[in-house]
Design a protein around this ligand. Structure first.
Ligand code: SAH
Length: 248
């Protein structure tokens, strides 16, 4: 079981697989007023940077589930590197339908809301692991500027303009699901560059090291087109943030 190999290739050098910088991740951890021993569940935990740094900085106890074998291995190594391997557990697997045995203070899905079939389904899934009074974290894109055409939405790698909302509408939608938005940290365009541009050098180096691989054509095409696509579309039109929610 794994995610499509192209993502493992493009994001093999990422520690954070979203447009947050390490500073933004730290800001979010601080904003949540985490306490030692708080339990955190992370569905789609990637390379584990959120759980590992919050375990180091706030003493939280964490479980992460991710479908990428590579990212899960990297998460385990990071936990050892930060001396938090006794506080965090990383499971390689499909997080669809995953509910923790013990209730958690923070239940997160940061940039992987397809795991619950969209934002509403993911909130419902996370809520099943949450203790009363706990916080749900959702990391999600929104339109920084509404794309004037469907084609522009597609260039942002959305299926259609209706895939995402503008920020005020996204916040209203959380209210409609019955939740208060109690905190938020938003990525910025420099953060998008850290997420997207890191892929370019990774792809370039991968092409040099893997000339006979079956994915050479795909990776080559991406390396050629992605820088321009990113600056023309994603960087301009797409925003991204993590929203902290509590049941009303
Ligand atoms: N939250 C992490 C990773 C976000 S990228 C971070 O912010 O760094 C999305 C992640 O979801 C990837 O690591 C991918 O491997 C994982 N993923 C995709 N489908 C999944 C599934 N069904 N179950 C668990 N993880 C999944």
């Amino acid at each position: 079981m794994d995610i499509p190999r192209i993502f493992n290739i493009m994001e093999s050098a990422h520690r954070i697989h979203n447009p947050f910088t390490p500073e933004k991740l730290a800001t979010l951890g601080e904003a949540l007023r985490l306490k030692k021993g708080d339990r955190v569940l992370d569905l789609g935990s990637g390379s584990g940077e959120m759980l590992c740094t919050w375990a180091r900085d706030y003493g939280v106890i964490g479980t992460g589930i991710d479908m990428s074998q590579l990212f899960t291995e990297q998460a385990k190594l990071r936990a050892e590197e930060l001396c938090v391997a006794d506080q965090v557990k990383f499971i390689h697997g499909d997080a669809t339908g995953y509910v923790s045995d013990e209730k958690v203070s923070v239940a997160a899905c940061v940039g992987a809301s397809w795991i619950g079939g969209g934002v509403a389904g993911t909130i419902e899934l996370l809520a099943r692991s949450l203790r009363i009074g706990g916080i749900i974290l959702i990391g999600e894109p929104y339109w920084r500027q509404l794309p004037p055409t469907e084609n522009i939405a597609k260039e942002c790698l959305a299926h259609s303009v209706s895939d995402f909302l503008i920020l005020p509408e996204l916040l209203v939608s959380f209210g409609r699901f019955g939740y208060d938005v109690v905190e938020m940290v938003l990525a910025d365009q420099d953060g998008w560059d850290r997420y997207e541009a890191v892929k370019w050098l990774t792809m370039r180096r991968w092409l040099e090291a893997n000339p006979g691989d079956e994915l050479v054509k795909d990776v080559r095409a991406k390396l050629t087109s992605e820088p321009e696509r990113h600056v023309a579309y994603t960087r301009e039109y797409l925003g991204w943030g993590v929203f902290a929610l509590m049941l009303r």
